[in-house]
Design a protein. Structure first.
Length: 295
């Protein structure tokens, strides 16, 4: 068994630059905003961006692959992340060099490196683990391709040839007939977020009609959850209903983003609906916190 280390290009510098840029922009926005909801959403975005970027930076620096008698294994993050490709599932391979062209489903990329899941021109759905674009190997299996860029590319190609894998070309088809509403992994979170948005929208209206909401209620808060604008119970109910409508609009956009993504990769489409779910939960928690503290 022999290790093939990935060739390191300029991707790490790019990711460090983008991470610094994200942090600077979000911290500047945090400094100048004094709205409780926006402040919390920005803080959540800051945490997510840093975790996301650090994950891909560590992945970039630790990628390598090995062959054994049964599998091609791609290791990263000190073997905490493993992609195992059984040799009997490999149908062949092809190589490319130069600019990486395709549609990103998720991950990070420039013209010279790509990490994540992509739909690559003339290749199709690919798990990209490419740290440099000078010599990229696409290993084809039935469901997707796996792309890597070993330093010793000639030696790696000889290993593929020795295992009787041929260099091939193939075509891919987009699954335009995929129905998300039949996928329980999509429809269950979709139904949950729909129910949460209905609660977010209708709950303040019902409470107002039942005269449960006080006549004087805070309409907006500073970053420390101190009221900065006071209004009537009716205005509070209307404001909360507007937040519900905005969440409905977000859910609508995320549904169609999921539908577009599902044509290429079913699992990648789920993240959009989960994004809408997280946002709805945040708004609902804030609404309940207001009602508990100011009723």
């Amino acid at each position: 068994m022999e290790d093939y280390t990935s060739k390191r290009g300029h991707g790490l510098g790019f990711m460090l630059l983008m991470t610094a840029l994200y942090n600077i922009v979000i911290l500047i926005l945090l400094k100048f905003t004094n709205a409780y909801i926006i402040d919390n959403l920005l803080k959540l975005l800051l945490v997510f961006c840093n975790i996301y970027q650090i994950y891909y930076m560590v992945l970039f620096q630790t990628l390598k692959c090995t062959f054994d008698s049964e599998n091609l294994k791609i290791h990263a993050i000190w073997s905490l992340k493993k992609t195992i490709i059984p040799l009997n599932e490999i149908e062949g391979y092809t190589t490319t060099s130069g600019t990486i062209k395709g549609v990103r489903l998720y991950g990070v990329a420039t013209n010279s490196f790509a990490m994540g899941k992509f739909v690559i021109d003339k290749i199709g759905l690919s798990r990209m683990l490419v740290t440099d674009n000078k010599k990229v190997f696409y290993i084809k299996t039935e469901n997707m391709s796996y792309a890597i860029s070993p330093i010793e590319h000639e030696k790696f190609e000889k290993a593929l040839t020795a295992l009787h894998f041929d260099k091939i070309e193939w075509r891919y088809k987009v699954n335009n007939s995929y129905n998300l509403h039949k996928d329980k992994h999509f429809i269950i979170p979709f139904m949950v977020v729909t129910i949460l948005i209905l609660i977010l929208t209708l709950n303040p209206l019902i409470l107002y009609l039942k005269n449960v909401i006080p006549n004087v209620m805070p309409l907006s808060f500073d970053a420390n959850f101190k009221p900065i604008k006071i209004g009537t119970g009716q205005q509070f109910a209307f404001t909360q209903m507007v937040y519900g409508v905005l969440n409905m609009a977000l859910l609508f956009c995320m549904y169609y983003a999921s539908y577009f993504c599902a044509k290429y990769d079913r699992k990648s489409s789920y993240k959009y609906i989960y994004f809408s779910l997280i946002v709805a939960i945040i708004f609902l928690i804030i609404q309940f916190r207001i009602l508990i503290n100011f009723r």
